[in-house]
Design a protein around this ligand. Sequence first.
Ligand SMILES: *[C@@H]1O[C@H](CO)[C@@H](O)[C@H](O)[C@H]1NC(C)=O
Ligand SMILES: *[C@@H]1O[C@H](CO)[C@@H](O)[C@H](O)[C@H]1NC(C)=O
Ligand SMILES: *[C@@H]1O[C@H](CO)[C@@H](O)[C@H](O)[C@H]1NC(C)=O
Ligand SMILES: *[C@@H]1O[C@H](CO)[C@@H](O)[C@H](O)[C@H]1NC(C)=O
Ligand SMILES: *[C@@H]1O[C@H](CO)[C@@H](O)[C@H](O)[C@H]1NC(C)=O
Ligand SMILES: *[C@@H]1O[C@H](CO)[C@@H](O)[C@H](O)[C@H]1NC(C)=O
Ligand SMILES: [Cu+2]
Length: 384
Amino acid sequence: MPFSTTVRGLCALSYLLLPTFTRTSALPTANSHDIVFEDGPWPHGPPGGHGGQCTRENAIVRREWDDMTRDSRLAFIAAVKCMKSKPSRYPKGVVPAAISLYDDLTTTHINGSFVIHFSGIFLSWHRRFVHIFEEQLYECGYPRNLGTPYWDWTRTPDIDKVAMFDGSDESLGGNGDWDPTAQAIALGKNGYLPRGTGGGCVTKGPFANETIRFGPFPGSVLAQGFLPEDWKELKERCFTRDLNPIVATNSLNSTFTTQLLAANNISQIQVLLTPPNFGLDFLGLHRAGHCAIGDPMSDFFASPQDVVFYLHHAGVDRMWTTWQDMDPATRRYAYNGTSTIFNPVGVTPEVDNSTIFDFGILAPPMTLKEGANPMSGMYCYRYE
Ligand SMILES: *[C@@H]1O[C@H](CO)[C@@H](O)[C@H](O)[C@H]1NC(C)=O
Ligand SMILES: *[C@@H]1O[C@H](CO)[C@@H](O)[C@H](O)[C@H]1NC(C)=O
Ligand SMILES: *[C@@H]1O[C@H](CO)[C@@H](O)[C@H](O)[C@H]1NC(C)=O
Ligand SMILES: *[C@@H]1O[C@H](CO)[C@@H](O)[C@H](O)[C@H]1NC(C)=O
Ligand SMILES: *[C@@H]1O[C@H](CO)[C@@H](O)[C@H](O)[C@H]1NC(C)=O
Ligand SMILES: *[C@@H]1O[C@H](CO)[C@@H](O)[C@H](O)[C@H]1NC(C)=O
Ligand SMILES: [Cu+2]
């Protein structure tokens, strides 16, 4: 494979690689363990947060980071730190890199990568994943009427200068320190996106000087179609960011949110969020959000190590929810694709209401139908 292993992550996903990615058999499941807990199951938060009937009045409200009060932001930061201080639920030795409960979510995302991306379950899986995160925030004392904050990308063209990343005590932490050796973002044979304005360790704000433990995964892992043997091993390095105002300005503006919400089918929504054939000029809102933050957010597998992941995916879910709500009769239960990355024909069936997807140790499996409505079943939240 003529592919530099220094090129990494989601942003590195090259259409150069895609034609070679033709699968004729089911992907190997990435390490099947029968994981047995000695001290009970994963601690679940309460379902929904409503007593049976979900209404506009009793729904959890997810707000944009900038619209939250200082107290709410501090409560969110404290709850995330609490998740990072609780021990992993994996039995000792099963996932050496998973030290904390927070890492357990990252583990599950990495493990599912070849099923949950560029597939018919992408939106539903990430919706529930953010919800599992939210349940754990509540277990950590976050107020139950507040939802996971979301990131409205259109507010942050100058991403390295906004309050969200200014390094203050009520921010999500600062940019990475300037690292002159940080690399441009490779998008395949047609070129590179410019690097961001940080690249080094995050040394300011609530998550300063933290350690991350998974990855970096080179882009070649995506092409090979299975995780490296040692993906669960502890690989400590500092938590970095490389905030990228060029990506934010050119790929995360209202032209693209307007275009997305004007889509007339779910296939189009998925393609506009993460175009499978992409070039430098059209990243898609989902991919661009990852690219605009830099490693590890730009890592296709290990991105949840930056907490911005959850705000970004709440932002993606807000787009999907808004689009669904415009025409619930035709859009609520609309799906497109299979349960396999890039939807190859004949590997897994086209998804429908009854398609099941799973969350490893985090939560029971569920169906697409169960995950289709943020205001019913296990869900009861809305965006404001
Ligand atoms: C990874 O996913 C497979 C298939 O769902 C599951 O059997 C296995 O336990 C998971 N591994 C980890 C470490 O969560
Ligand atoms: C993080 O580490 C850097 C370099 O060692 C240090 O200057 C900085 O004060 C630390 N920040 C915090 C918040 O501890
Ligand atoms: C969004 O960025 C594109 C460039 O990618 C530009 O053509 C467009 O005018 C921008 N839209 C807004 C509203 O700034
Ligand atoms: C979805 O919309 C796109 C763009 O309008 C169109 O090309 C495609 O054929 C549509 N797909 C379905 C399944 O209707
Ligand atoms: C999914 O979308 C693609 C592209 O729009 C379309 O060709 C295909 O027929 C759709 N599949 C189903 C089952 O609707
Ligand atoms: C999916 O389930 C919903 C809710 O029960 C139903 O209205 C819809 O018709 C189902 N879709 C299909 C294709 O069966
Ligand atoms: Cu993901």
